[in-house]
Ligand binder design. Structure first.
Ligand code: GAL
Length: 701
């Protein structure tokens, strides 16, 4: 064990063969590798040293050029308080460097060591029910614990000082998936920090009592000390209090990130810093706020393996991640080569699926393809999780696919830095998600993520590429169409933003139970849908949620009588206040009332969908909105995904056939994976991916 000086490794090898020349330069992007980054989480500490040499050799074979190291290594780097052992990490980095593999070096603070937890019991997080969580897993820390903060600062500083100038280190990977496993801590230290956060937000208790509506159930607070986190209570805890606690917990984790980020920046200016997000999967982190704090947006994605068309949810996550990155390229930091170990049934990927998944992320703007993990573990909780090097070694299908993917990514190096062309925007707001799913709502069947996915699926099937945006985005005018699957919580300024968008010519489509409460979880009074009433030109005195399994039929109000649409979950007594009815309820609790409406406003139009529609029926309604917005739609063959990345010089069509039937799509140019040219038509065999450098003029101005 040593406390030695920072390492001075041998001179770096010249640009390795696995690295391709850089084309696009993305601000904040690591200086190496060039081309598309390829690799994964590397855990050499789980293996004897002779395996490390084999690892680096195999990385060379696969074309791996970037690995994340040390993510959970705190106990090995600091085996006892203040005693450090960096020798092993020095040797690992040196080996990787010699092998031409760049390093995304992690701060290990997601895995507090056992000595820390034992010596400072305050580090242990506490659940809402008061259960104190023990060591032996990971993420076992309270984000408001001073002892944790001190220890995390110390190890981060040691790493920063030692490796800031290391030529292998091109990027910092702070922590791991903040907010994962422990969405919030309810201990006494968190309670005290929550009170300080509330005092900052409200200034005085009168402001807090007003915002939380504490006249209800006599919850008035006379002293700050009376306020607790929303711990387990006899029944529903004040919803505004719950919402503020979610905000506070998000901020508490963000403060942990910023503390480490600033230390690293101080010691190693110029090395980009990221932390891995879980974009659509993590409810409790408001990634719009986090995205502004990282140099490069990085995301982890795992398929919902049992879902038959899980590639659609993958696309949604990739589009959201790209949007968090402001449209610039982003890093896929983790996904899996095959099965994970934590779903109820861990379905293995079929031949070719690894490639389709990886290139789907790439098509939607990822300039890195990374996996959890490099080598499948022999011990521990994740030993049945797939990896780039499986338990069975290199004579395996997974390894062969990993090597082939490395070759694919080298062939695609020139695409790096290009951006994705989108035709519409979908609004996504974490705080509205939190509020929507608190208790005491009109129906338990209204879930944020499912609504987003239902609507996204139809846009995907129509062949539209979408960006996501927050409701107060100043960039909505970039899109002819903006879609709102749900925005239960909407502030007045954000509602005004949507109204401005429509007045200036935009087409907005809003689905039910949107615009209902403000940031304090207080109803926008005067009838539903509150903050959107005027814009949508409707007035709703009462919601009419449906029984489980109950459906309602909708009849087109004009035009040729088509088959009725079927809605479920929700109906409303919609009254027209300027809008016209496009479909009306034929039966059910709102029979005779308008169901889908359109309101012309300024140069645009605002549509309202007052029941839950899904599948082809939702597609039917959306088709009207596409036409209204002037968005051209030409759906690709079933199961085919077409996305365009646009660079300074060229544009690239990424075509993925997720189906088991061959397809042909329009395509003109040079195909980068097969080297073939296509003139007008691109043959897309079942299960295959093609990337065409298009002959047409580039689109980016
Ligand atoms: C991620 C996590 C990794 C690994 C992986 C397994 O959420 O960051 O460390 O646990 O899941 O799928």
């Amino acid at each position: 064990m040593t406390l030695s000086n920072p390492v001075s490794p041998s001179e770096p090898p010249s640009e390795s063969s696995s690295e391709s020349p850089t084309t696009g330069a993305v601000p904040g992007w690591p200086r190496r590798p060039g081309g598309i980054a390829y690799g994964g989480d590397y855990n050499p500490e789980q293996w004897p040293e002779q395996v490390w040499r084999e690892d680096v050799e195999l990385m060379g074979q696969a074309g791996v050029n970037l690995v994340s190291v040390g993510i959970f290594s705190w106990a090995l780097l600091e085996p006892a308080e203040g005693q450090y052992d960096f020798d092993w990490l020095d040797r690992v980095l040196e080996l990787l460097h010699q092998g031409g593999v760049a390093v995304d070096l992690a701060t290990p603070t997601a895995a507090p060591p056992a000595w820390l937890v034992r010596r400072y019991p305050e580090v242990r997080p506490q659940t809402r029910e008061g259960v104190v969580l023990g060591p032996g897993a990971r993420n076992g820390f309270c984000p408001s614990s001073p002892a944790y903060a001190e220890a995390a600062t110390r190890i981060t500083e040691q790493l920063a000082k030692r490796y800031a100038g290391h030529p292998a280190v091109v990027m910092w990977h702070v922590h791991n998936e903040y907010g994962g496993h422990v969405p919030a801590c309810y201990c006494e230290r968190s309670a005290a920090a929550f009170r300080r956060w509330l005092a900052d937000r409200y200034g005085d208790l009168a402001g807090l009592n007003r915002a939380w509506g504490t006249a209800f159930w006599g919850q008035r607070y006379g002293e700050w000390e009376e306020i607790e986190p929303p711990r387990a209570a006899p029944t529903t805890v004040n919803p505004a209090q719950q919402l503020d606690f979610l905000r506070f917990s998000n901020d508490a984790y963000l403060a942990c990130f910023i503390r480490e980020r600033d230390l690293l920046r101080g010691h190693a200016p110029g090395i980009p810093i990221t932390t891995n997000f879980m974009a659509t999967a993590c409810k409790n982190i408001d990634y719009w706020r986090w995205a502004a704090e990282v140099d490069v947006v990085a995301n982890d994605h795992y398929l919902q393996a049992e879902q038959p068309e899980n590639h659609i949810e993958l696309s949604m996550t990739a589009d959201l991640t790209r949007s968090l990155a402001g449209g610039r390229p982003w890093m896929l930091m983790e996904h899996s080569t095959s099965a994970v170990n934590w779903q109820p049934r861990n379905i293995a990927k079929r031949p070719g699926e690894l490639r389709r998944n990886s290139l789907a992320h790439f098509g939607r703007g990822a300039d890195s393809v990374m996996f959890f993990q490099w080598r499948a573990g022999a011990s521990g909780a994740e030993k049945f999780h797939s990896a780039m090097v499986p338990h069975g070694g290199t004579d395996t299908r997974i390894w062969r696919e990993v090597v082939e993917l490395g070759a694919d990514l080298r062939a695609l190096a020139e695409v790096r830095g290009s951006e994705v062309a989108a035709q519409a925007a979908v609004l996504w707001d974490w705080q509205s998600w939190w509020a929507l799913e608190l208790e005491g709502r009109p129906s338990v069947d209204v879930g944020f993520r499912q609504l987003m996915l239902d609507w996204y699926e139809q846009l995907w099937r129509a062949g539209l590429t979408v960006d996501f945006a927050p409701p107060d985005s100043p960039r909505l005018d970039d899109y002819p169409l903006v879609v709102v699957p749900n925005l239960y919580l909407l502030t007045e300024p954000a509602a005004a933003n949507l109204a401005r968008y429509v007045e200036r010519g935009g087409t907005l489509v809003v689905s039910f139970f949107s615009g209902i409460v403000d940031a304090d979880e207080r109803i926008h009074l005067g009838g539903y849908p509150g903050a959107l009433r005027e814009l949508l030109g409707v007035w709703v005195p009462e919601f009419r949620p449906l029984r489980a399994g109950e459906t309602v039929r909708l009849r087109a109000a004009d035009g040729p009588p088509g088959a009725p649409l079927t809605g479920d979950v929700w109906a409303e007594e919609v009254q027209l206040h300027g809008a016209e009815a496009i479909w009306s309820y034929e039966d059910g609790p709102a029979a005779g009332a308008p169901a889908v409406t359109r309101h012309p406003v300024g140069d645009g139009a605002a549509w309202y969908v007052s029941t839950r529609l899904r599948g082809p029926e939702l597609a039917t309604v959306l088709a009207r909105a596409y036409a209204d917005a002037g968005v051209p739609v030409s759906p690709p063959p079933a199961g085919v995904e077409l996305v365009r990345r646009v660079g300074e010089q060229d544009s690239y069509l990424v075509a993925i056939n997720h189906s088991d039937r061959d397809a042909t799509v329009a395509g003109q140019g040079h195909e980068l994976l097969t080297g073939a040219d296509c003139a007008g038509q691109l043959f897309l065999p079942a299960g295959q991916v093609r990337v065409v450098r298009e002959a047409a003029e580039p689109r980016r101005s």
